[in-house]
Design a binder for this molecule. Structure first.
Ligand code: BGC
Length: 740
């Protein structure tokens, strides 16, 4: 409808009805299931609150949407439809790799297309808003939610993926297609101290703006319709109560005028944070911060009216919040079609997991995998003539789809073993489980939540499984081991201090290697692992992340050379947990380790290197490439001008392949110290064996801007280093001057 009748609708609403629009409840309140993640099962809402609430959390399925919407509208005085929102993170029934893997494609164009597919499936099942993308920059692999972050440790990469994902989800939104995107978790959630879940976030405003805010801003600039607050504090004020962050930055500076929703029960948690004594106070703080929707608590439902009556908040604040919710409902066309095009679950089923969608998931998984090690070129494997064994707890498991794949249709996913059968033929290789993912003790740390992930309880006697595998592999010359974390060891509340493979998995690798087998480890995980312990025993390491529905086939594609690996890391892999947080965009120090500063009194550790095991941007392929001749077309750059950096990439064979050529810049002298390298551009380049290709990047003064000493945003004249490389360490360099 037009704005005028919508305004009129708002005018007709009672204060209770307006407050209702600001309340979000989950499916259990509507006689359905509650698959939500948080702890608030009984939240004290009444039937009246339910009949008035404005949106529903995590209910999907066209039939269910019709049932709930119809019952709700039948009782509703003004017939304002419910808005259905859900966590559709990296796929719906067709699942793509988890976001940490998606990021490793360095291919935002492809991901934009893939997210249109995700949106198409979710839309058909009634999803109107998705709580995605999460774009928290994260530099500490102890934090469990690294699995959800496509940009990993880097604000530029994170920004590129944020805009790609938002555009993908929202493609066709005006024509009733796609789903609205709610970017989260605003802001800084990924910087939790010590990587400890829900922990304090504290840093300078400069650092916050420079490194943590850009991906959210990119999502807003790409027109994300909603924003979710984060659980953490920012400068000692919880984000959900942080008016500076929500109002001054998000709304005033960035111009965001859509609905702002809390994360799960975050208003209630303001009391635990110690900034509100009771629910009234908590609700006032959140509304004053311009937070519009209270996810799954009774705070707004029961406090806002009293606060208005007492004059502690104004009715106008409620009107403004309600207006933003109504406007989104109107923009999504709900007043014309309260189901937004979803008809029946049977109709929806017809568009799910089609062959085209499954093959796009496979292509994406092929690109997401990162080959970390390939000693003696043990990979790719020959399809014939070898004596091969496939071993490990993930060799014949569909759990590789990962933990946020709530709606994945597992009937379409095949295991690595099934993919091997398709390539080699059943019985053409040996299979053994080898051990469970976790031993009984570690399994116990997952608590009662463990039952949500399949795989079952581990056997008491892991040694018996190992011995069985060792004897099964006696005649093999090459063993492919499918190993990794448990899906619940990352994700929300999946913070850990030990990032190594479980003991029995390490033992399995060692024992097979000691028998003289070539050992190829395929790793399934939601975060960078510490691989130092298994390095001496692994001839090849392939990081497969959680590769989604087509994960089994994609592993086979890579191992047998049908796809040449092109994934590159988005997070530095630590050599030891003590190096965390770890990231390439370090700042210089007064005593940098290097040729002029050696010995004890340099920046570093006594017992560990400064660098991780594998750097940001790193990954191997089945071809090797070399860069040469970095040239800049001018020595001096002025505002308004363009400088072009070009470099020659040569594919040295033996096969065609794709490289990610990466551009980094360094501001040598500034009013504040500047990172030693910052990613400013990248290009995926595909070459034939033996082909040489020139790659060029454009550098402008805008790319050199930062938050200066006086907290203005701009560039400063002086010398800049340009680095171009195939990862963040192996680079060629040149430099230029910026003049005012
Ligand atoms: C998570 C969010 C999620 C929300 C709704 C919270 O626990 O932090 O990422 O969108 O639950 O399920």
């Amino acid at each position: 409808m037009d704005t005028a009748p919508l305004r009129q609708l708002l005018d007709e609403m009672t204060i209770d009805e307006k407050i209702g629009q600001l309340v979000q409840l989950s499916g259990d309140c509507f006689g359905g299931g509650d698959i939500a993640t948080g702890p608030a099962a009984k939240i004290g809402v009444t039937q009246e609150d339910i009949d008035r609430c404005g949106s529903v959390l995590n209910v999907l399925g066209a039939d269910e949407i019709h049932r709930i919407q119809d019952a709700y509208l039948a009782k509703s005085r003004l017939h304002i439809p419910l808005l259905f929102m859900a966590d559709v993170i990296y796929g719906y029934q067709t699942c793509y790799p988890s976001p940490i893997g998606l990021g490793c494609t360095w291919d935002p164009e492809m991901i934009e297309g893939d997210y249109q597919v995700v949106a198409e499936e979710a839309h058909a099942d009634g999803c109107m808003v998705t709580f995605s993308p999460a774009v928290d920059v994260v530099r500490d692999a102890r934090w469990g939610r690294v699995v959800e972050m496509p940009g990993g440790e880097d604000p530029y990469l994170g920004s590129r993926f944020a805009e790609a994902m938002v555009k993908g989800f929202q493609q066709g939104l005006d024509e009733g297609q796609g789903v609205a995107s709610c970017v989260k978790h605003f802001a800084g959630y990924g910087a939790a101290e010590g990587g400890r879940e829900y922990n304090t976030v504290d840093m300078s405003e400069r650092r916050f703006r420079q490194d943590y805010l850009p991906p959210y801003k990119a999502a807003i600039d790409a027109d994300a319709k909603m924003v979710m607050t984060s659980f953490n504090t920012v400068d000692e004020v919880p984000a959900t109560a942080n008016r500076w962050l929500m109002h001054d930055v998000l709304r005033e500076e960035w111009g965001f005028d859509g609905p702002l929703i809390t994360d799960y029960a975050a208003i209630l948690e303001l009391m635990n944070h110690g900034v509100a004594a009771d629910k009234d106070e908590a609700s006032k703080l959140a509304l004053d911060a311009t937070v519009d929707i209270d996810m799954k608590t009774d705070c707004y439902a029961h406090s806002l009216k009293r606060l208005v009556e007492k004059g502690r908040i104004s009715e106008q604040q409620i009107d403004e919040a309600c207006w933003r919710v109504l406007s989104l409902k109107n923009e999504l066309g709900l007043f014309e079609d309260p189901y937004r095009g979803c008809t029946t679950s049977d109709a929806a089923r017809a568009i799910m997991c089609t062959p085209e969608k499954l093959s796009s998931a496979r292509a994406c998984a092929d690109e997401a995998m990162v080959l970390l090690r390939n000693e003696g070129q043990v990979l790719p494997l020959a399809k014939e003539g070898g004596r091969l064994a496939l071993v490990g707890p993930y060799a014949d498991s569909k759990e590789i789809v990962g933990m946020w794949a709530i709606h994945a249709d597992r009937s379409h996913s095949c295991t690595v073993k099934e993919a091997f059968d398709a390539v080699l033929g059943e019985g053409a290789y040996v299979y053994a489980k080898g051990c469970d993912v976790l031993g009984p003790e570690e399994y116990g740390t997952l608590g009662e939540f463990a039952r949500f992930a399949g795989g079952g309880e581990p056997a008491e006697d892991q040694e018996a499984l190992i011995a069985e595998a060792v004897s099964a592999c006696a005649d093999a010359d090459t063993v492919v081991l499918c190993l990794g974390e448990h899906p619940l060891q990352s994700g929300e509340a999946g913070a850990r201090t030990k990032l190594r493979l479980p003991a029995q998995q390490q033992e399995l690798v060692r024992r097979l290697h000691d028998l003289g087998k070539r050992t190829i480890c395929v790793l399934f995980a939601g975060r960078p692992l510490v691989l130092t312990d298994i390095l001496p025993y692994a001839d090849a390491l392939l990081m497969a992340w959680w590769p989604g529905t087509a994960g089994g086939e994609a592993v086979a594609d890579i191992l047998f050379g049908d796809a040449n690996p092109s994934g590159r890391l988005t997070m530095s892999f630590p050599a030891t947990e003590g190096q965390l947080p770890l990231y390439y965009a370090q700042f210089p120090t007064g005593r940098p380790a290097g040729k002029n500063h050696t010995g004890r009194f340099v920046t570093g550790y006594l017992d560990a290197p400064n660098f991780g095991l594998y750097p940001f941007g790193y990954g191997l392929s089945y071809h090797t490439s070399a860069l040469s001749d970095l040239t800049l077309d001018r020595e001096v750059l002025h505002p308004g001008e363009e400088l072009h950096a070009s470099i020659t990439l040569e594919n040295e064979g033996p096969v065609a392949g794709t490289d990610v050529v990466q551009l980094y810049l360094h501001d040598c002298t500034g009013s504040v110290t500047r990172p030693i390298k910052e990613l400013k551009g990248f290009e995926r380049v595909t070459t034939e064996s033996g082909e040489r290709r020139e790659v060029s990047f454009t550098i402008t003064e805008e790319m050199l801007r930062f938050w200066r000493r006086d907290m203005t945003f701009g560039s400063e004249p002086g010398r800049f280093d340009v680095y171009v490389g195939l990862d963040s360490q192996r680079v060629l360099s040149a430099s230029f001057e910026l003049e005012a």
